[in-house]
Design a protein around this ligand. Structure first.
Ligand SMILES: Nc1ncnc2c1ncn2[C@@H]1O[C@H](COP(=O)(O)OP(=O)(O)OP(=O)(O)O)[C@@H](O)[C@H]1O
Ligand SMILES: [Mg+2]
Length: 479
């Protein structure tokens, strides 16, 4: 579907040469324009071909399908993180290695780009999943939860990719710097390393873990709040009619308070962890110098100043970036688990498979298609015979019972019934949205168009709403 804003200019990054890509000089024209006159959405370039959600979604979907297949074969649970890793790890590691040799801007930009791609691919996969959810799946999820997944949870991918490479960079930096420090203060190095170990591994790892746990709790509260808010907006007429504003206001305030409470706790942990990293360098230096003097060393300015530089390096890798990597990783794992649960919801049987349904309600296709072709009365557009269906798993009375209809092509058929009698459900059965438990359905090769009882528009222009993703054909459109 085309977007509301049409971007005219192609992305200069795509036609840029290797050096320009590394130093992002191709973006300078855009920066200059932004500096001179400010940028609006229309000034932005089109997304790169390789960043389009369709393509990235295909890539991730393929990996996810493979995961599902493997899990089915081995009888385990499919893992969304494995699908993500197998789709993006090569790209990400290459960025890490390449950027390790270059400077920090490129490091952040290119890694951030992988994060962006992971986010786009995940959103695309979830979007495809929403279209495939069946009634069971639908009942287990709320619009609010999906909004939360597609806005908050996927944002973790952007952040985690910026720092994740430090998880392997840190173990390389520590021995190298320790060796250099050893040249100056010998055994006193151990004192510095002990402090680093205590702070990085014990304290920071504990804090990251807490952050992950809290992130899970925040996500749950946000789901709950967004769910209540969307129900409230939908039922606002009833609330107004019964003058229920005050109790509902209290309910929303309570939910917000609980959510803010957890956000506050995470912020405190983040604040403490940042504050800790500021002290680290001095604390390491202090312990190394004290240990050196206690061991009989003679402290001199050239030793102290060299140590300051080395510990500066250590502090960046161990106490700033590494804890951030751990914290974001913990939060991302929570998000991945939530996305995974969403992706595992029950799916609809593809509509084109519902051509013929036998008396037990099971769907046949493939090799049985030939028999179906023969059995299907050719001139009939739509035949339902003895169809029963229900929205509930184990209903006392099914929504539709033993329905038999024949509608010829071009025939005008009206269906009348009480409110909630099942008129819309009948159409859902024909569409394949509600699987029948009994009976036969044949569309007779007909193509069906459906206008829903409740009209809706998506956020775009009127023309885009009318075209619904199809290309613009002036004569047809004007008709
Ligand atoms: N998506 C759904 N999930 C669960 N139950 C549903 C769903 N849609 C309809 N039902 C239930 O199925 C029954 C039939 O509803 P349906 O909407 O088909 O009636 P209708 O004849 O179209 O009513 P109306 O005249 O109000 O349009 C109702 O009891 C309704 O609660
Ligand atoms: Mg209806």
């Amino acid at each position: 579907m085309e977007s509301k804003v049409i971007l005219k200019e192609k992305n200069a990054y795509e036609s840029a040469n290797f050096l320009s890509k590394i130093f992002i000089t191709s973006s300078f024209t855009l920066f200059r324009r932004g500096y001179k006159q400010g940028l609006t959405v229309e000034d932005l370039w089109q997304a790169c071909e390789s960043d389009l959600s369709g393509r990235l979604g295909d890539r991730l979907e393929e990996a996810w399908e493979k995961e599902l297949e493997t899990a089915k074969r081995k009888g385990g649970k499919p893992s969304f993180s494995k699908a993500l890793i197998s789709s993006f790890w090569v790209e990400y590691m290459l960025c890490g290695l390449l950027c390790g040799l270059l400077f920090i801007v490129v490091w952040f930009l290119s890694q951030g780009r992988v994060g962006m791609r992971v986010r786009i691919a995940s959103c695309s996969l979830m979007y495809r999943k929403i279209l495939k959810l069946d009634r069971n799946g639908m009942s287990k999820t709320e619009p609010g939860q999906v909004i939360n997944l597609m806005s908050n949870d996927v944002n973790r991918f952007d952040m985690v990719t910026l720092f994740l490479n430090y998880i392997w960079v840190m173990p390389i930096v520590v021995p190298v710097v320790s060796y250099l420090v050893w040249q100056h203060v010998a055994w006193a190095t151990l004192a510095a390393l002990t402090v680093i170990f205590l702070q990085t591994v014990l304290v920071q790892a504990y804090l990251s873990n807490r952050q992950g746990v809290l992130r899970g709790k925040i996500a749950k509260r946000t789901d709950e709040r967004v769910k209540v808010m969307s129900e409230l907006v939908n039922g606002v007429q009833v609330i107004k009619m019964y003058a229920w504003e005050k109790p509902f206001e209290k309910l929303v305030a309570k939910l917000r308070k609980m959510e803010v409470n957890f956000i506050m706790r995470t912020s405190m942990i983040k604040g403490f962890s940042t504050a800790l990293s500021v002290f680290t360098e001095r604390f390491i230096l202090y312990s190394a110098v004290v240990a050196y003097v206690v061991l009989g060393g003679n402290i001199r300015a050239e030793i102290t100043f060299s140590l300051v530089q080395y510990f500066n390096l250590l502090q960046l890798a161990c106490n700033i970036f590494f804890p951030m990597a751990l914290a974001f990783l913990a939060e991302t794992m929570v998000s991945i688990k939530r996305i995974e649960e969403f992706l595992m919801l029950e799916e609809l049987t593809p509509v084109n498979a519902i051509e013929y349904i036998n008396t037990k309600g099971s769907i046949t296709n493939g090799s049985e298609k030939a028999i179906i072709e023969k059995e299907r009365p050719k001139p009939t557009a739509l035949v339902l015979s003895g169809v029963s269906a229900s929205w509930l798993e184990d209903p006392i009375v099914p929504t539709l019972r033993d329905i038999t209809i024949t509608a010829m092509p071009g025939e005008f058929v009206g269906i009348a019934g009480l409110v909630g009698a099942g008129k819309s459900s009948l159409l859902q059965v024909i569409l394949g949205e509600l699987p029948p438990t009994q009976g036969k359905i044949s569309l007779g090769g007909a193509r069906i168009s459906y206008a829903s009882q409740e009209p809706w528009l998506f956020v775009a222009t009127i023309r885009q709403n009318i075209l619904f993703g199809l290309p613009y054909d002036k004569t047809r459109y004007k008709k």
